[in-house]
Design a protein around this ligand. Structure first.
Ligand code: HSE
Length: 377
């Protein structure tokens, strides 16, 4: 199968390398902002109008021009494989419709979990069982940072710099530290496993930006490890989904996930828990997931989304206990909510009674510099 690769950065180069060693795949063209290698173009129409190119791989990232390129390629009947979670989380419904119209394949395994084959497995499982939970540690940058801060007492800034130098972070790392990257991956899991297209604005998200050494000391005292978790669950009341830091006891699978490793899980109603851990980012792991999608297309697979994607707007927020750190001057605000409260210097360290994520955020927004994390019971 002759392919083109859009975006010859780290992951695109990995796809190029793997594809060059694969007897079933030939890279005919590549596209980048500047043409710097043979057969490279800066013009998408060179690829769209080339009848020999059957499949297009996109590893550019970002919403535009990725969305326009994807629609052009799919409308021209070219199979489309992307590692771009932002694109898929925002535009999956129109991309799926375009693919369906022309019979082209639309695959995005590498957009969630880097090298972990969780979406492909989820798709296969959802064909026979009702998926009732999906989530996990879906962002390598924040896991790397939390691990380095906790284990090696690095500062937040030093840990972020390391994660950037190692190539884990997004071009704009605020999407990592504020939880948006994990939220986008959660949206993909919800689509593949549950058949729901949920908009980012409907999923509560809180990141790690405001964590302080005071929080880490408290967690260490209590033998808890912080992990940024994206999670979704079908409940009797509806779909619950959110992204925030969770606290796990030492000895749990999540607390044992170190460095940039991802841990993704899903639960089938009858088949139970399945979990995956491995490289959630990086050139070769992500490229391998792209190649696996291409191989599936060669074998005849065409999609990883069910036909009847349902748009879900209402997300319910379940109640949990949280660790909260606020300035002492907000003690009264949290008095009724607190199950226990200790003062450390000018901070109040609180364990809340069960409360939902959105109500907690609303209370905390009026409480200055603060941090919270869900206590995993
Ligand atoms: N910035 C992402 C992460 C890259 O840290 O997980 C892989 O999607």
């Amino acid at each position: 199968m002759k392919i083109a690769i859009l975006g010859m950065g780290k992951i695109g180069s990995g796809v190029y390398e793997y594809a060059s060693a694969n007897p079933n795949i030939e890279v005919k063209r590549t596209l980048d902002l500047r043409a710097w290698m043979d057969n490279m173009t800066t013009d998408i129409t060179d690829i769209v109008n080339d009848p020999e190119i059957e499949a297009v791989v996109e590893t550019m990232g970002g919403l535009e021009p990725a969305r326009t390129y994807a629609l052009k390629c799919l409308n021209a009947g070219k199979h489309y494989v992307t590692a771009n979670k932002y694109l898929v989380s925002e535009a999956m419904t129109e991309l799926k419709a375009a693919a369906k119209k022309t019979g082209a394949a639309f695959m995005f395994s590498a957009a969630c979990g880097g090298g972990i084959p969780v979406l492909r497995s989820l798709f296969d499982q959802a064909a026979c069982d009702n998926i009732i939970e999906f989530g996990g540690i879906l962002n390598g940058t924040t896991n790397y940072m939390l691990d380095r801060i906790e284990t090696d007492s690095l500062t937040y800034d030093a840990a972020l710099k390391e994660a950037q130098a190692l190539g884990y972070a997004e071009a704009d790392p605020s999407s990592d530290v504020d939880g948006l990257d994990a939220q986008r991956k959660l949206i993909l899991g919800l689509a593949v496993g549950f058949g729901y297209h949920v908009k980012a604005c409907d999923i509560p998200v809180s990141g790690i930006r405001s964590i302080l050494p005071e929080d880490i000391s408290y967690f260490k005292e209590k033998s808890l490890s912080p992990r940024l978790i994206a999670s979704a669950k079908k409940t009797e009341k509806g779909l619950s989904a959110d992204v925030c830091v969770h606290l796990f006891r030492k000895g749990t699978a999540q607390a044992a996930i170190e460095k940039n490793i991802n841990y993704a899980y899903y639960v089938g109603e009858k088949s139970g828990l399945f979990s995956f851990s491995g490289q959630g980012a990086g050139k070769y792991p992500t490229a391998a997931n792209v190649i696996a999608d291409l191989n599936r297309i060669i074998s005849g697979a065409r999609h990883m989304l069910i036909d009847s994607l349902t748009e879900i707007g209402e997300i319910i927020s379940e109640k949990h206990r949280y660790y909260v750190r606020v300035d002492e001057k907000y003690e009264d605000t949290f008095k009724d909510l607190a199950e226990s409260m200790v003062q450390k210097e000018h901070w109040m360290l609180i364990v809340t009674k069960p409360i939902d994520h959105i109500s907690l955020v609303n209370t905390m927004n009026a409480s200055g510099e603060s941090f919270f994390a869900r206590i995993n019971e």
